[in-house]
Design a protein around this ligand. Structure first.
Ligand SMILES: Cc1cc2nc3c(=O)[nH]c(=O)nc-3n(C[C@H](O)[C@H](O)[C@H](O)COP(=O)(O)O)c2cc1C
Length: 363
C-alpha cells in the first residue's frame, strides 16, 4: 500500500499533467440579466465579505490541496504569499501525512510563516476523524495555528482508489463530537461530488459552522484515480464510469445555502462563476485546480490568477448594478435547461428563485 506522502505527490502530478475535470457545474445554465445602464461606477464596487467572523477583500479563497511531501512546500508557500498580500484565505491539504510523520510538518507550517494574518483552515479526512477522534483534529489545528478546520468527505474517491477507506458508518456522531469540543469553526467539505439538501440539514444539526459544497464540475477525484489505477482494470473502468458522478456545484449551492453559510467550490474558474455562485446563495467561493497550476509557477502567478477572478467579479457586479456582494442575491437570473429541470424536480420554485435568492435565513 502506498504511503500517504507519496500518494499526495502522485495526485499533484496527475492534476498538473492530465485532464481531470468533470463535465457540468450547473453554472452554465445561469445567466445574469445585463443592466445596460447600471447607474453606479465601477470604482463603487466593493467585493469585501465577512465569513466565519473574518473580513476578506474578495469572496474567493484557495481550496485545500496540499502539504505532506517535501515537494509540496513550495506550492503552499506560494499560495500563502499571495493570500497574505491580497487579504484572501486558504486551506491546506489533508494533514494526515504530517500527523503520521512529523518530518512532513514543515510543508504545512510554511503556510503560517508566509501568511501570518490570513484566514487559514486546517484539513483532515472523515475516515481519520472517525477512527482517531478529537486529538487528531486538534493536532491539525495546532500545527498551523488554524482559524477553522475542514473535515473532508471524499467517499467517491475512496471507493475508486486501491487504498480507499470505505467505512462511513458512525461519522455523524464523530462530527457532532468534534463540533462540540474543538475551539475553532468546523467546515464540512466535499471534494468534487457535492452535498445535498437532505445531508446539509442533518449536518447543520451537528453544530458545525459552514459547508463547502465541493460540487461536481471541476476536478473529479474519480477521474484522478483512473490515472493511478495502473494495471487494475476493474478500478480503472469504475473510475471512468463514476467520473461525472455527483451533485453539480450550482445545485449544491442552492440546496446547502438554505441552511448554513456555504462555500461554493468545484469548477469555479472565473469571476463570472464567482458572481453566479454568490448570487445563488454562496457566502464565499474557493478554487483548487487553477491555483495549483499557477502555484507551481510562483507566488506572482497565484496573485495573477486571483486578481483576474476578482476583476471579473467586479465587472459582473458593475454590469448587474451591485455595489455590495450581498446585492447579488437580489439580481434577476435566468435559470435554464438542465439546472432548471434539476431544481424543479427538487421542489424549488425556479421562477421565484430566478427573481431573488434572499430567503429568510436563520444564519
Ligand atoms: C491537487 C489537489 C489536491 C487536493 N487535496 C485535497 C485535500 O487534501 N483535502 C481536501 O479537502 N480537498 C482536496 N482537494 C479538493 C479541492 O479542495 C476541491 O474541493 C476540488 O478540487 C474541487 O475544486 P476545483 O474544481 O476548483 O479543483 C484537492 C484538489 C486538488 C486539485
Amino acid at each position: 500500500m502506498k504511503k500517504t506522502s507519496s500518494r499526495k505527490i502522485e495526485h499533484i502530478n496527475i492534476c498538473l499533467e492530465k485532464e481531470v475535470e468533470s463535465d457540468y457545474t450547473g453554472l452554465e445554465n445561469v445567466t445574469f440579466i445585463h443592466n445596460a445602464l447600471p447607474e453606479i461606477n465601477l470604482t463603487d464596487v466593493d467585493t469585501s465579505v465577512r465569513f466565519l467572523g473574518w473580513e476578506f477583500s474578495a469572496p474567493v479563497i484557495a481550496a485545500s490541496m496540499t502539504g505532506g511531501h517535501p515537494d509540496t512546500k513550495m506550492i503552499n508557500r506560494n499560495i500563502a504569499i499571495a493570500v497574505q498580500e491580497l487579504n484572501l484565505g486558504m486551506g491546506v491539504g489533508s494533514q494526515r501525512a504530517a500527523i503520521e510523520d512529523r518530518n512532513q510538518e514543515d510543508s504545512f507550517t510554511v503556510v503560517r510563516d508566509f501568511a501570518p494574518d490570513a484566514f487559514i483552515y486546517a484539513n483532515v479526512g472523515m475516515p481519520q476523524v472517525r477512527e482517531k477522534g478529537i486529538e487528531f483534529v486538534e493536532r491539525a489545528v495546532e500545527m498551523i495555528d488554524a482559524d477553522a478546520v475542514a473535515i473532508h468527505l471524499n467517499y467517491l474517491q475512496e471507493v475508486i482508489q486501491p487504498e480507499g477507506d470505505i467505512r462511513a458508518s458512525g461519522c455523524m456522531e464523530s462530527i457532532k463530537a468534534i463540533a462540540r469540543e474543538i475551539r475553532v469553526p468546523v467546515i464540512i467539505k466535499e471534494t468534487g461530488a457535492g452535498i445535498s439538501r437532505e445531508l446539509a440539514g442533518k449536518l447543520k444539526r451537528t453544530g458545525i459552522s459552514a459547508l463547502d459544497v465541493g460540487g461536481k464540475g471541476g476536478t473529479s477525484w474519480s477521474g484522478v484515480e483512473v490515472f493511478r489505477a495502473g494495471e487494475d482494470e476493474l478500478l480503472k473502468e469504475l473510475g471512468i464510469q463514476f467520473w461525472d458522478w455527483g451533485i453539480p456545484t450550482a445545485q449544491s449551492v442552492v440546496e446547502c445555502s438554505e441552511f448554513i453559510p456555504t462555500i461554493a467550490t468545484g469548477g469555479i474558474r472565473t469571476g463570472i462563476d464567482v458572481a453566479k455562485s454568490l448570487s445563488l446563495g454562496a457566502s464565499i467561493c474557493s478554487t483548487a485546480l487553477p491555483i495549483l497550476k499557477s502555484a507551481v509557477r510562483g507566488a506572482e502567478e497565484v496573485k495573477k490568477t486571483f486578481k483576474l477572478m476578482i476583476e471579473g467579479l467586479k465587472r459582473a457586479m458593475f454590469l448587474t448594478s451591485c455595489t455590495k456582494v450581498d446585492e447579488l442575491l437580489e439580481v434577476p437570473l435566468i435559470i435554464t435547461g438542465r439546472l432548471n429541470e434539476i431544481l424543479t424536480q427538487r421542489g424549488y420554485d425556479v421562477i421565484q428563485l430566478s427573481r431573488s435568492r434572499k430567503h429568510e435565513r436563520t444564519y
